[in-house]
Write a protein that binds this ligand. Structure first.
Ligand code: FAD
Length: 292
């Protein structure tokens, strides 16, 4: 199928894009990479009357380190995120995660921020924004505002963005030297959306894990950090007994969905297997060298 009739506006600035959205009276859509929007328009699942193209707005394709935070502009493509040296050295888990995202052609166009705005519960970028305490920078007719990612993603494919607002940047935590990380996902084919995934970071101090983060994705309507699992690992070396407690906490705090691809029981099984692998990798990486 092809999209329904629409008009097209090529924005020259953030303010111009926001004005075009406002003029569309709630019926406009930003297009960034188009990798999720175009299929949805072709199937007529969305029918905007105006497409606001942000690809020509200068200055949105930058990755900027500011102290212990990293800003990712609205036109940073997956290809850039996957190969950027600042990300590789300051957020090595994000570098690792990006190797799982889609295929070359999709990565050349798709944007980190576009994926966040699309808010697919099985997508890696919203998960990483959660995991890295992301702050979402939003521009609208009334000015600019910042939203914590936990308030930005409100459910599967839904966000708190108004119809006349756009996201121009998201900023993320970086990690100190020595942080270990692990990320495992299961997808039917490489580059497909994951049926389940687990991300872990930790530091290793005097033989125990500190500042543990653990998040899951693909199990229900959004990715989330699991504080109870993090607490089970915090201050411990992940031996068999600690792992058993952590996995019990994991199972107690997830409610996986069933669909055509996997039953809830199968997703539960995947969550355990992937968590074990991610914890083991994070522990080994923290121990063997400071950064990978
Ligand atoms: C074959 C294929 C495989 C894929 N595999 C994966 C995968 O394994 N993992 C994964 O995570 N993703 C995958 N994707 C999705 C891909 O990552 C998309 O690039 C991403 O979901 C959307 O980014 P985009 O820049 O293309 O956004 P678009 O498609 O342009 O937009 C998506 C939505 O976000 C809105 N939007 C975009 N940018 C902004 C902005 N700055 N401000 C406000 N709203 C905005 C749009 O209006 C639209 O509603 C796949 C896609 C395809 C086609």
């Amino acid at each position: 199928m092809k999209p329904a009739l629409l008009s097209y506006h090529c924005a020259t600035s953030i303010e111009d894009a926001v004005a075009a959205l406002a003029a569309a009276g709630g019926d406009g859509k930003i297009i960034a990479g188009g990798q999720s929007l175009m299929p949805m328009m072709n199937f007529r699942l969305v029918r905007p009357s105006v497409l606001v193209d942000i690809n020509r707005i200068p200055g949105l394709d930058t990755i900027t380190l500011r102290g212990n935070r990293l800003g990712v502009g609205a036109l940073v493509r997956h290809r850039m995120t996957a190969s950027d040296e600042t990300i590789r050295s300051h957020i090595p888990i994000l570098h690792g995660v990006m190797q799982h995202v889609a295929h070359l052609t999709v990565r050349n166009r798709g944007t980190f921020v576009g994926s966040l705005c699309h808010a697919d519960p099985a997508a890696e970028m919203p998960m990483m924004t959660q995991f890295l305490n992301g702050t979402v920078h939003v521009a609208g007719p009334q000015g600019r505002r910042q939203v914590a990612v936990g308030d930005f993603i409100t459910g599967s494919l839904t966000t708190d963005l108004a119809s006349d607002e756009m996201v121009y940047e998201v900023d993320l935590d970086t990690f100190p030297e020595g942080t270990g990380w692990g990320f495992h996902e299961f997808a039917r084919r490489h580059g497909d959306y994951a049926l389940a995934a687990v991300a872990v970071t930790l530091e290793r101090e005097a033989g125990v894990a500190r500042r543990v983060r653990l998040a899951v994705m693909g199990l229900d309507d959004r990715s989330r950090r699991l504080a109870e699992v993090e607490a089970a690992l915090e201050g411990e070396a992940p031996d068999a007994a600690v792992l058993d407690r952590a996995l019990a906490a994991l199972q107690a705090n997830i409610t996986p969905n069933g669909d055509l691809n996997a039953s809830p029981e199968y997703r539960r099984h995947l969550a355990n297997v992937l968590a074990k692998r991610a914890i083991a990798d994070a522990w080994a990486r923290a121990g063997e060298r400071s950064r990978t």
